[in-house]
Write a protein that binds this ligand. Structure first.
Ligand SMILES: CC(C)(COP(=O)(O)OP(=O)(O)OC[C@H]1O[C@@H](n2cnc3c(N)ncnc32)[C@H](O)[C@@H]1OP(=O)(O)O)[C@@H](O)C(=O)NCCC(=O)NCCS
Length: 197
C-alpha cells in the first residue's frame, strides 16, 4: 500500500470535506475523548473552530483523494481551547442538547500539571487500516517541525497512564520524556515533553 502523504495545513486551508472526515476519524479513533462522547456534531464544531484558528496546527496524513487517514492536532494555546470553543462556536448548543452524555462525576476530578504545557500535541490518530506503517511517527515529527518554525522550544503531549496504553512506548521511542503526572476529568495521564532545539 502506498504510504500516506504528510504535511501541515495553514489556518483556513482545510476543505469542508477534510474537516468532516477529521471529526469522524476523531470519534472513531478516540472514543473516550470528551468530544467523541458528546457526539459527532459537537466534534465537527470543534474541528471547524480549530481549522480557522491560528493557535492550532494541523498536520494531516492524506490518501490519493486528499482525504485524511490520520492527523496530529496541536495547539500553542491549549488552555483556552474550551473557552474559545464555547464562546466562538455552536458548541454550547451541543452541550445543552447532549449534557446527559458528559461524565459529570469525573468533570471536577482534576490535578493540573505544575506548569502550563505549551505547545501541546492534543490529538493524534490514524485510521485503523493505515496503522503500523510509520505514519504516526511521521505525523509527530512533522508537528515538531511546524512548532520549530514557530520558534517553540518544547512540544508536550499527554497520554493515559495505564499499563496497556501502547502510546506510552510510542512517545518514549520518539524521544519524549515523562515530566509530570496529571489528572483530567477523572483520568490519570503522563505528561511528556521533548525539546525542539
Ligand atoms: C497512536 C497511533 C497514531 C500510531 O499510529 P501508527 O501509524 O500506527 O504509528 P507508527 O506506525 O509510526 O508506530 C507504530 C507504533 O504505534 C503504537 N501503537 C500501535 N497501535 C496503537 C494503538 N492502538 N494505540 C496506541 N498506540 C499504538 C505502538 O507503539 C506501535 O509500535 P508497536 O507495534 O511496536 O507497539 C495509532 O495507533 C492510533 O491512532 N491509535 C489510536 C489513537 C491513540 O491511541 N492516539 C494516541 C493517544 S495519545
Amino acid at each position: 500500500m502506498e504510504s500516506a502523504a504528510i504535511r501541515a495545513f495553514a489556518p483556513g486551508e482545510l476543505t469542508a470535506a477534510q474537516i468532516d472526515e477529521l471529526a469522524r476519524l476523531h470519534c472513531e479513533c478516540l472514543p473516550d475523548s470528551l468530544f467523541s462522547r458528546v457526539g459527532l456534531g459537537a466534534t465537527r464544531c470543534l474541528y471547524r473552530m480549530m481549522a480557522r484558528s491560528s493557535s492550532e496546527v494541523f498536520v494531516l496524513a492524506t490518501d490519493a483523494n486528499s482525504l485524511p487517514v490520520g492527523a496530529s492536532v496541536s495547539s500553542t494555546a491549549p488552555d483556552s481551547l474550551l473557552r474559545r470553543l464555547i464562546t466562538g462556536s455552536a458548541m454550547s448548543l451541543w452541550l445543552a442538547l447532549r449534557f446527559y452524555r458528559l461524565p459529570w462525576s469525573r468533570l471536577r476530578d482534576h490535578q493540573p500539571a505544575p506548569f502550563a504545557p505549551r505547545p501541546e500535541l492534543m490529538f493524534l490518530f490514524m485510521r485503523p487500516d493505515s496503522r503500523n506503517e510509520g505514519a504516526g511517527a511521521r505525523l509527530v515529527r512533522a508537528t515538531e517541525q511546524a512548532m520549530r518554525a514557530r520558534a517553540e522550544k518544547t512540544l508536550y503531549v499527554m497520554t493515559e497512564d495505564r499499563p496497556d496504553n501502547r502510546a506510552l512506548a510510542f512517545y518514549r521511542e520518539l524521544g519524549y520524556q515523562a515530566v509530570a503526572k496529571v489528572r483530567k476529568f477523572g483520568v490519570g495521564f503522563v505528561l511528556f515533553g521533548r525539546p525542539l532545539g
